[in-house]
Ligand binder design. Structure first.
Ligand SMILES: Cc1cc2nc3c(=O)[nH]c(=O)nc-3n(C[C@H](O)[C@H](O)[C@H](O)COP(=O)(O)OP(=O)(O)OC[C@H]3O[C@@H](n4cnc5c(N)ncnc54)[C@H](O)[C@@H]3O)c2cc1C
Length: 398
């Protein structure tokens, strides 16, 4: 029997990790990974916060919770095996006022339900032993969380794939997927690729790639830009590691926070602003196709009607350093607008349902001869190897 030929579309961390885990489960499989850019990990993967999330926030029993908890273990093991810079520094989730304490208690329960060990409830004095400049009335210490260099993770995954003979083709945007008798023909500027099975890991474009494969686009990816500030070097002593707010349970984003970077420096952010382009890293970026796609989707309008004040607030905060700083002062009261220097940004691929709900869980959708990874927002970088293993387990024997 000839080995199955599998095509992975998308060379972000999820596509790369899927190729690694697939190769381990099916050593004879012939795997080709197609990436539209000239390099790997140029979109969500290359623009994230570099945090190793351990599964604190996610609904117990959800795919996200399960894959986050096992994902961080797999990612840390991968980093150790490959000498990738990472550090399990732990984080504090801070209740800024008494009114946030019940939600923080809820988060503690959720973390325990997800199997996290070592969570510690801290009062003001204990919090300040860990982060001397933190404000607030109580905090949850999460010891398992850490920081990592995801670019180095991707490079190590790519090296592993090359050693195994996986073909990684860059500059290969899949523009058409045609059915062939046993599978697919994928058309790209780098040539036509034939495969028995296709795995769509196209991140910000995953809904479009699923449509190329003949699926109805029932849900849509909506881009949310996350903007960062860098803390000026002379004020970096205000933050030792990771300081997070209590998130709004209605919303999938964690709220602006402080992150120490693995190669030095402290970042603040990201916010979550509706973007006018799926790869719109600057405020003025605008893509007519993406905008039309968003505005012609009833789900987005329902989302805007559900959360008008939050969307408006995020937009205002995006243009106001003072407002951004006010959110940060809830965590570290001494921080001032003048301590913040412009940083980078990333765009999240967030699926919104036709009813206008943020789709919280990861969506891995099996189809004949195909599997679509439709919603892998944070913490999918941390969980990428677990997602890859899950996908490999969903594939029939070749
Ligand atoms: C601001 C921000 C902060 C985040 N912080 C964290 C964090 O600290 N920790 C964490 O775990 N997660 C974090 N995340 C989430 C994490 O980065 C993503 O979940 C993860 O990178 C998703 O990886 P991916 O491979 O699915 O997507 P991507 O990295 O976007 O990769 C998809 C790839 O598909 C390619 N592609 C698209 N269309 C085609 C096509 N037609 N043909 C060929 N190729 C195509 C794209 O070019 C791209 O390279 C953050 C995300 C953002 C945006």
């Amino acid at each position: 029997m000839t080995p199955r030929r599998t095509l992975i579309i998308g060379g972000g961390i999820v596509g790369l990790a899927t190729a690694c885990r697939l190769g381990e489960r099916f050593p004879a499989e012939s795997i080709t990974l197609l990436e539209k850019e000239t390099g790997l990990g140029r979109h969500q993967t290359g623009h994230n916060s570099g945090v190793l999330h351990c599964g604190l926030y996610y609904k117990p029993g959800s795919l996200k919770a399960r894959l986050a908890v096992s994902g961080i273990r797999q990612m840390v093991a991968f980093c150790r095996e490959n000498g990738i810079p990472h550090e399990i520094c732990g984080k504090l989730v801070v209740a800024a006022t008494e009114s946030e304490v019940p939600a923080l208690r809820g988060l503690e329960e959720r973390g325990r339900a997800n199997g996290l060990e070592g969570l510690r409830w801290l009062g003001p004095a204990e919090m300040r032993e860990i982060e001397p400049h933190v404000g607030g009335v109580a905090a949850l210490r999460v010891p398992q969380e850490g920081i990592v260099d995801y670019a180095a993770v991707c490079a190590a995954m790519a090296a592993r794939l090359a050693a195994r003979g996986v073909k990684v083709v860059t500059g290969a945007r899949v523009t058409r997927l045609r059915r062939s008798p046993g599978g697919w023909l994928a058309e790209t500027p780098a040539g036509v690729f034939e495969a028995d099975f296709a795995i769509n890991c196209a991140g910000l474009h995953s809904d479009r790639v699923s449509e190329l494969a003949g699926e109805r686009r029932e849900v849509r990816v909506v881009p949310f830009r996350g903007e960062y500030y860098k803390i000026r070097p002379e004020r970096q002593h205000l933050v030792r590691n990771l300081i997070y707010p209590v998130p709004d349970p209605q919303f999938p984003f964690l709220g602006v926070h402080f992150t120490r970077l693995i190669h030095g420096g402290i970042e603040a952010g990201p916010n979550a602003v509706l973007a006018f382009a799926r790869e719109g890293y600057r405020k003025r970026d605008f893509n007519p196709r993406d905008l039309f796609d968003a505005l012609s989707y009833g789900g987005l309008w329902r989302f805007l009607r559900r959360y008008p004040s939050m969307c408006w607030y995020e937009l205002r905060r995006s243009f106001s350093r003072k407002l951004f700083c006010r959110s940060l002062q809830r965590l570290v009261p001494e921080i001032q607008p003048s301590d913040l220097a412009q940083g980078g940004s990333g765009v999240r691929a967030q699926v919104i349902s036709p009813a206008g709900e943020i789709v919280q869980d990861f969506q891995l959708i099996p189809r004949p001869h195909a599997l679509h990874v439709l919603n892998t927002p944070s913490p999918a970088a941390t969980a990428s190897l677990a997602i890859g293993a899950e996908i490999a387990a969903m594939l029939p024997e070749g």
